[in-house]
Design a protein around this ligand. Structure first.
Ligand SMILES: Nc1ncnc2c1ncn2[C@@H]1O[C@H](COP(=O)(O)OP(=O)(O)O)[C@@H](O)[C@H]1O
Ligand SMILES: [Mg+2]
Length: 360
């Protein structure tokens, strides 16, 4: 299978007066599985369609491998696209659906047959080749669409929310299979989704997109642990990252009226960066909960307790802030009781109050 990277350089795209892509640059490495993640309407599909050549960009350049494809039609870009709504041809049997791209490219009949056997086996639909799409389940249709896309050995595979029409169980199953498929084939892939779980589990790297711009691009762990902005921290992870405003005063850190004890290392960093007011970010699993007051703990009130089976999710009020925390052990306290919490220090992130960007 061929492997080529994709580079988008300062892409701009408007529809009417609506600027949808704003100076967007992105590099997808050869063989990489890159997930483009963002809320509905942020411009993900438009970005994919620009890579595919289905939309013409207003400004900027697109490269596939070292080829400038900016002015090339879709058929000359050697890409394949898989859509959310399957887009298999209803009047063609599975075999002919998969053969479609190969026939267009005028491959010899025998080679087409060989290729179809190969990809249908890979997608576990080799027993369905004789069926019409109406005789397939949603999951099977999507397998046909992926098989058709891969049959032509594309340099780049583009997938636009391919799993979102499937039910939750099937979605999880297909996710695992797509991951395996990519591991086996190594096709450069750009995968669009608004589902952060999908993004975290599938992506070698994730590009987080808001409002026509990419705000962070990194591996899933880094994005989860070090969101570049408060908005990224809110968007990624269930529950969202917690955020609390804090201040540094006379050598002490306060959240509201409560003193917040942190190591000298962090206090020195705050000193060095001359921070006065900042926002603390901490994830629910990095908060420890105690029934009794202990050294360095903060007092908070239980607003809500949700049983999740393997753990409990507590909604807590601390000063003016509402946060969520997982409680590993049953704490034996209910709503309106007070608990004492500590934040795992190596997991605390500091954000700028004005720019809302990560400081450290
Ligand atoms: N062909 C089009 N004509 C006009 N507006 C469009 C067109 N395609 C997309 N848009 C607009 O561009 C914005 C981004 O759309 P899209 O790329 O589909 O977002 P996403 O895939 O992230 O949900 C939306 O505001 C959408 O209404
Ligand atoms: Mg879309």
């Amino acid at each position: 299978m061929s492997k080529k990277g994709v580079v988008l350089l300062n892409i701009e795209k408007s529809f009417g007066g609506n600027k949808v892509l704003k100076n967007l640059s992105l590099e997808v490495k050869s063989g990489e599985f890159l997930v483009l993640l963002g809320p509905s309407g942020c411009g993900k599909t438009t970005t994919l369609r620009c890579i595919a050549g289905l939309e013409k960009v207003d400004k900027g350049k697109i490269f596939i491998g070292d080829r400038d494809v900016t002015e090339l039609p879709p058929s000359k870009r050697n890409i394949s696209m898989v859509f959310q709504n399957y887009a298999v041809f209803p009047h063609m049997k599975v075999y002919n659906n998969i053969a479609f791209g190969l026939k267009m490219r005028k491959f010899p009949r025998q080679e087409i047959d060989k290729k179809i056997k190969e990809v249908s086996k890979l997608l576990k639909i080799d027993n369905l080749l004789d069926r019409f799409p109406s005789q397939l389940s949603g999951g099977q249709k999507q397998r046909v669409a992926v098989a058709r896309a891969l049959a032509v050995d594309p340099d780049v595979l583009l997938m636009d929310e391919p799993l979102s029409n499937l039910d939750a169980l099937l979605r999880a199953e297909m996710r695992t299979e797509l991951k395996k498929l990519h591991r086996d084939l190594g096709t450069t892939t750009v995968y669009v989704t608004h589902d952060q779980i999908e993004a975290l589990s599938l992506g070698d790297r994730i590009a987080v997109m808001f409002d026509g711009e990419i705000v962070q691009i990194s591996n899933p762990k880094e994005i989860y642990e070090f969101p570049s902005t408060i908005k990224v921290g809110e968007f990624i992870g269930i529950p969202s990252m917690n955020f609390l405003k804090a201040r540094y005063e006379n050598g002490e850190i306060f959240i509201g009226n409560q003193k917040f004890e942190l190591s000298d290392k962090i206090r020195n960093e705050i000193e060095r960066k001359k921070l006065k007011e900042f926002i603390i970010g901490i994830r629910a699993e990095n908060i420890e909960i105690y029934a009794n007051k202990c050294r360095g703990s903060l007092c908070s009130k239980i607003l809500l307790k949700e049983e999740l089976g393997y753990t409990q999710l507590l909604t807590l009020k601390i000063e003016d802030f509402t946060i969520k925390a997982f409680s590993k052990a049953e704490i034996g306290l209910g709503i309106d009781n007070y608990v004492y919490i500590k934040f795992r220090e190596d997991k605390i992130r500091f954000f700028d109050c004005n720019t809302r960007k990560l400081i450290f």
